[in-house]
Design a protein around this ligand. Structure first.
Ligand SMILES: [Zn+2]
Length: 460
């Protein structure tokens, strides 16, 4: 019998995140071949011979976490400004003067750093929503870096097409021409989008929001998405400034406008959705629109009025919800483990009961929920036969979990802090024994710091 490529064996527990949410305890193992999971067994089952064997004694194994919303360039301007910024419009105007100075070096180094930070937090699939394009082929540079780092990427070709002369929130000179955006979207799909289940790169279309993008770029994006079989992404119902702006300009709520623009389809996933009405939640569920919940970003500035996102209500209504870190300018960090834990805590705080979200629920959002949001249900976000071998292995035998009375998934997310011990993307090592494989971290941080300082010199 031929040897499989990799065998990870003797895990303390394996959270498969299959439909039954099955947990394999005491000596579970996973066999990987040609990038796919080919066998999963319990301790006494006979294991295949493998070219490489990894001992998972004392470890919890989960699917690699899936990040469903982020802007990787924002780690160049990490963290909210001290003294706070009130409202989304002021937030944009605070950072736009720096972001419009993004150059190719800044994009490349920030994408790499963001992916490294995500990888150390157990993430194996990232989303990068790039809606500011001060130079051509920005998205290509981001994709090239993700390919080199070896993480799966949902590359969202974002855009802002509504300049201040048309009432948009962009600063003068920042809005792109709609024809240029549409042409670049099609070019990127044709160049990079891989529809296969094993895809490392997929492309989606993402007008930034209703305050900075033209109605027609939304409707045309929906037409292109349908034609090419790609997905649609935007920010919606995420700030009182947006609600006020949209009510004034459209006479409808942001979600009502999005539906009118043809975006209520199974191909759409939206970031935030802090303010859905009961009727809107019902419509999201019926239409198959997913939500990317970014917990830190919704509370870090003191908390949005009425926030955070009503995740329990959305789930009860039948809406699929994933987890995202959002950009590091809004959420300050890029740890999917931390966002998953924060989602757990905020749901319990919001609803006032532990039943609002179990640790398993939170892990479901960060794996199955995000995978479905990205249109990749079945091939990432779960440990099952023929799924991509995207795997996170967490040490549970250290100080942080000593004396734990609860199962490993609960311990991981109620306790911590945690960093992934080892991870694989399609069976290829990304993090091994706590270290990023083949990465000179000091050199990467030094390079990033140089670009960050240059960009921050444009702060006003
Ligand atoms: Zn965002």
């Amino acid at each position: 019998m031929t040897k499989v490529d990799l065998l990870i064996w003797n895990a303390n527990s394996i959270a498969t995140m299959n439909d039954a949410r099955e947990i394999i305890r005491d000596g579970g193992w996973i066999a990987i071949h040609d990038g796919l999971i080919v066998q999963i067994g319990a301790g006494n089952d006979s294991q295949p011979e493998a070219k490489t064997v990894v001992d998972a004694t004392g470890c919890l194994i989960t699917p690699g976490l899936v990040n469903s919303h982020q802007h990787l360039y924002q780690n160049l301007t990490r963290s909210m400004k001290p003294n706070g910024v009130t409202g989304l419009t002021e937030w944009f105007w605070t950072y736009f003067p720096m972001w419009k100075e993004l150059d190719e070096e800044a994009i490349r180094t920030s994408v790499r750093l963001g992916l490294f930070e995500l990888a150390l937090s157990g993430c194996t699939t990232a989303t990068d929503h790039e809606y500011i394009h001060p130079f051509p082929f920005l998205m290509d540079a981001a994709i090239e870096e993700a390919v080199e780092v070896g993480m799966r990427l949902m590359a969202v070709r974002g855009s802002m097409t509504l300049g201040p002369e048309q009432g948009g929130v962009c600063l003068p000179g920042m809005a792109e021409g709609e024809e240029d955006v549409i042409a670049d979207c099609i070019r990127l799909i044709e160049k990079w989008h891989d529809p296969k289940a094993s895809a490392m790169v997929q492309v989606a279309l993402g007008p930034s929001n209703l305050m900075s993008s033209t109605e027609t770029v939304f409707t045309r994006s929906a037409e292109i998405a349908k034609k090419y079989g790609v997905r649609l992404h935007t920010h919606i119902a995420d700030d009182p400034d947006e609600t006020e702006y949209v009510l004034e300009h459209f006479g409808k709520t942001p979600l009502e406008v999005l539906e009118v623009l043809g975006w209520f389809t199974e191909a759409t996933w939206c970031a935030h959705v802090v303010y859905p009405s009961d009727m809107e939640m019902q419509r999201l569920a019926e239409s198959g629109v997913s939500v990317a919940h970014c917990p830190s970003a919704t509370v870090i500035d003191g908390g949005l009025p009425g926030g955070p996102t009503p995740v329990r209500d959305l789930l009860n209504a039948g809406v699929n919800v994933g987890i995202g870190c959002d950009g590091a300018t809004a959420g300050d960090h890029q740890s999917m483990w931390m966002e998953t834990k924060t989602a757990l805590l905020l749901s319990r705080l919001r609803e006032g009961t532990v039943q609002a979200m179990t640790a398993m629920d939170a892990l479901w959002l960060a794996t199955r929920g995000s995978a479905k949001a990205l249109g990749r249900e079945g091939n990432i976000g779960q440990l099952s036969i023929r799924a991509n071998a995207d795997i996170a292995m967490w040490r549970m035998d250290g100080i942080a979990y000593a004396g734990s009375l609860v199962d490993d998934v609960t311990a991981l997310l109620q306790g911590g802090p945690a960093q992934v011990w080892s991870s694989w993307v399609g069976g290829v090592p990304l993090v091994q024994e706590g270290n990023l494989v083949g990465v000179d971290v000091s050199a990467e941080v030094a390079r990033h710091t140089k670009s960050a300082h240059r960009l921050q010199s444009f702060s006003q």
